[in-house]
Design a protein around this ligand. Structure first.
Ligand SMILES: NC(=O)c1ccc[n+]([C@@H]2O[C@H](COP(=O)([O-])OP(=O)(O)OC[C@H]3O[C@@H](n4cnc5c(N)ncnc54)[C@H](OP(=O)(O)O)[C@@H]3O)[C@@H](O)[C@H]2O)c1
Length: 326
């Protein structure tokens, strides 16, 4: 099969389309013929040699895909899925390829009303947003959710899910155009982080839940912005990993700081998250309440261009890689 390989860690030119052996599905795994994959920030780090896949995981980038089931590994057949079924899947790697082996628990049906290529935009963001905003931070109706990077792949889904459960949603983004896109998705409070102070803009109550992808640079101000009993969930560290934590401020608010990563979670936790996504998020997509936001689709052999786009932050929502015609 063809896959995007990382010849030598480095810039986008490190992504090289090459002929490689087909993956062989192991016990409990399903072979998927990939229709499309999506670019995630983590792929940029992997390309740079700063986020290696775990041992035993495909060396090719790609944390999600859509496609058709092509076969089953030992013990994986006989259940709900058949060869030819259209699926999308959360991956630990290997999505930038014509075929990938997927643990059974990480498969999802393609939601009704979503085409097979677009479905590649959903598994990673849905699993990340659902697990962090709802399972970890327990966002409730009437609460305020602050989403940093509201126009990101993650942010565009977080806004919609926050609104779908009846929360007030505030976002930060770096331009007026991106904030306008967030408003179209339902965001109530729009904050240009280059010009405004999000702590001040949130007002006295602050945010009950903050979904943060900046990390160290925002830690102190995120805690200032938290409401009493607030929950700060850090999922990205684009602004560094180390910062001073004022436990006094945290204690005064009876607040919590949590940091989680999806990729390294054990298989049973990922399967539980995927099951919850299917139960809670898929019906909202099928009802048209929540929609995938796709900026652009590049052919697989233009993966380097797709990485350049994400690195320039010139996108809103997801950047996809089309591997074969849907
Ligand atoms: N922990 C996990 O399990 C997990 C899973 C998935 C993703 N993530 C993380 O979630 C983040 C988003 O991922 P993605 O794939 O959706 O990437 P993406 O679309 O490229 O989004 C990156 C976003 O970061 C925003 N940003 C940069 N600096 C900012 C700042 N100072 N304040 C507010 N926003 C800022 C950018 O906004 P502007 O363009 O407006 O500057 C952009 O929207 C990444 O950090 C990724 O690593 C974590």
């Amino acid at each position: 099969m063809r896959a995007i390989t990382i010849a030598e860690p480095g810039g986008p030119e490190a992504l090289v389309l090459a002929e490689v052996p087909d993956p062989v599905p192991g016990p409990g795994e399903v072979l998927v013929e990939v229709t499309a994959s999506a670019v995630n920030r983590a792929d940029l780090l992997q390309r740079q040699g700063r986020y290696d896949p775990a041992p035993g995981v495909s060396p090719y980038p790609g944390l999600e895909c859509s496609g058709r089931i092509a076969g089953f590994g030992p013990g994986a057949s006989g259940g709900a899925w058949s060869v030819g079924d259209q699926v999308c899947a959360l991956l630990a790697g290997g999505g930038y390829a014509e075929k990938v082996a997927v643990p059974l628990g990480q498969l999802l049906p393609v939601p009704k009303g979503v085409d097979l290529t677009t479905a590649a935009a959903l598994p990673e963001v849905a699993a990340t947003v659902w697990s962090n905003v709802f399972q970890v931070a327990n966002l409730r109706p009437g609460e305020t959710l602050l989403v940093h990077g509201g126009s990101s792949g993650i942010g565009t889904l977080a806004i919609q899910l926050g609104k779908a459960v009846g929360a007030k949603v505030a976002v930060t983004a770096g331009s007026a155009d991106k904030l306008a896109a967030c408003r179209e998705l339902g965001a109530d409070v729009l904050i240009n982080y280059r010009e405004q102070d999000f702590v001040a803009e949130l007002g006295e109550h602050g945010a009950d839940v903050i979904l943060d992808l900046v990390g160290a640079k925002y830690l102190a101000r995120n805690i200032e912005a938290l409401a009493v009993n607030g929950r700060l969930v850090v999922i990205g560290m684009q602004g560094g990993v180390k910062a001073e934590l004022d436990l006094g401020r945290l204690m005064a608010k009876r607040a919590a700081v949590i940091a989680t990563g999806l990729r390294t979670r054990p298989l049973d936790e990922k399967a539980a998250i995927i099951a919850a996504v299917r139960e809670h998020v898929w019906p909202l997509i099928e009802a048209g309440v929540v929609r995938p936001v796709v900026d652009r689709v590049f052919p697989l052999d233009e993966a380097a261009q797709a990485h350049r786009l994400m690195e320039s932050s010139g996108h809103v929502g997801k950047v996809l890689l089309a591997v074969r015609p849907a």
